[in-house]
Every structure is written in C-alpha cells, then in structure tokens.
Write a protein that binds this ligand. Structure first.
Ligand SMILES: [Zn+2]
Length: 78
C-alpha cells in the first residue's frame, strides 16, 4: 500500500486575500480629502492610505482613522 500523505492543497477559503474584499464601502469624506477611504465593514476600520495607493489597504480603527488620515496627508503632502 502506498502510505504517503497526500499533498496539501491551499484552496481552502478560510483566509481570503485582502484583494478579495468585496464587502467594502468608501468613506466619502475621507475620499474627498484624497484618501483611499475604503471601509472594512466587518470592523468599521478605514484605509488611511493615499487614493490609488499600491498594495493592500491598511485599515485603521474607526476612532483613529480621521487623525491618521490628516497626519498622513501632512506627512506626504497630498
Ligand atoms: Zn486602501
């Protein structure tokens, strides 16, 4: 009998990649300031990176998102 373990297939849906976030909305106020402003609905966090930033969104807690967005705009000169 062949007793070798079957190779694992990483096709499980347990960990969806950030690029597959479909349940997203946009905070229009933050978007109007030039932010990515994608809102992660399950947590209420908002992406405070620049609009059209590269890579995945970086969601900040709702209570901090405004301050972080303002800080980032000042630091990067949007
Ligand atoms: Zn983003």
């Amino acid at each position: 009998m062949d007793t070798r373990a079957q190779p694992r297939h990483d096709t499980a849906a347990a960990a969806p990649s950030p690029s597959e976030v479909h349940n997203a909305a946009v905070d229009e106020d933050a978007a109007g300031q030039g932010g990515c402003a994608q809102v992660h609905l399950p947590t209420g966090g908002m992406c405070t990176l620049r609009h059209r930033h590269e890579g995945s969104c970086e969601f900040s807690p709702p209570g901090q998102a405004d301050a972080l967005l303002t800080e980032r705009r000042a630091a990067e000169g949007w």
